[in-house]
Design a protein around this ligand. Structure first.
Ligand code: NAP
Length: 247
């Protein structure tokens, strides 16, 4: 895959989908900045794994929902590399409860971690990328942001907000050749899906036309495409990676 730029920041990248995005993009030759918030040992191990496979990686600690921390982290990256070419807003949490039992605090915690962090990242990226007249941002939203879900009104609002917000950023970035796109994963194999009983997992899979849970690599390859030169004429798009679960 061809990339015009050379470096990328991935938020929440020490584990899960973010870690796979880091490995995949490093495999395509980008220097990856692995953001972590807790557990430096996992982030360090990922950095070593990427480097031992011949890739370039660095770790950077910050809480993506805290403006000062995110802004100064991006400053550190630009001071180190002279640029930031790509950003993947991947950090995210859930805090599921039926709406009738959900406090405003439960609602806000998810909006802050998922939507506010994404806003800060998109805004800071746009500042830098506008000046260099080039850049691409991918925001990891969710199928839940497209169709809603029981017990996830906070998560659905945050992910639906990411989708609408990305389109607004796409308008603002387009005149300066800065692209913003979203990916909406469906069921992706994770610690959570691994713990499902086989019969429960099978009942979920029955509703997925491609009859399997997605792999983190399915998401990571879609991210690579949306950052790469192969998607130069795509902005404001929402790419579903859900096995056909929601079309
Ligand atoms: P995960 O394994 O729980 O990883 C999420 C990562 O985000 C963790 O490393 C976490 O760090 C980090 N994070 C959370 N809040 C943060 C913050 N404020 N600042 C910095 N890092 C933060 O989740 P995942 O399954 O890989 O999901 C990754 C993304 O894909 C999320 O946005 C999720 O909503 C989305 N997604 C996942 C699925 C799925 O099936 N797995 C489906 C649709 C969408 P800590 O460990 O330090 O908290």
């Amino acid at each position: 895959m061809k990339f015009q730029g050379s470096n990328v920041l991935i938020t929440g990248a020490s584990k899960g989908i973010g870690a796979q995005i880091a490995k995949t993009l490093a495999g395509y030759g980008l220097k990856v900045w692995i953001n972590y918030r807790s557990k430096p040992e996992i982030a360090d191990a990922l950095q070593k794994e990427i480097e031992s496979n011949g890739g370039k990686a660095a770790v950077i600690k910050f809480d993506a929902s805290v403006e000062e921390e995110f802004v100064s982290a991006i400053k550190v990256i630009v001071e180190s590399d002279g640029t930031l070419n790509y950003l993947v807003n991947n950090a995210g949490i859930t805090n599921d409860k039926l709406a009738l039992r959900m406090s405003v605090g439960d609602f806000e915690s998810v909006i802050d971690a998922n939507l506010k962090s994404c806003f800060i990242g998109c805004r800071e990226a746009l500042k830098i990328m506008s000046k260099q007249r080039f850049g691409s941002v991918v925001n990891i939203a969710s199928i839940i942001g497209e169709r809603g879900n029981m017990g996830q009104s906070n998560y659905a609002a945050s992910k639906g907000g990411m989708i609408a917000m990305s389109k607004s950023f796409a308008y603002e970035g387009a005149p300066r050749n800065v692209r913003f796109n979203c990916i909406t994963p469906g069921f992706i194999k994770s610690d959570m899906t691994d713990e499902l009983k086989p019969e429960v997992a099978e009942s979920y899979m029955k509703n997925i036309p491609l009859t399997r849970f997605g792999e983190a690599s399915d998401v990571a390859e879609a991210v690579a495409f949306l950052l790469s030169e192969h998607s130069n004429y795509i902005t404001g798009e929402v790419l579903k990676v859900n096995g056909g679960l929601y079309m």
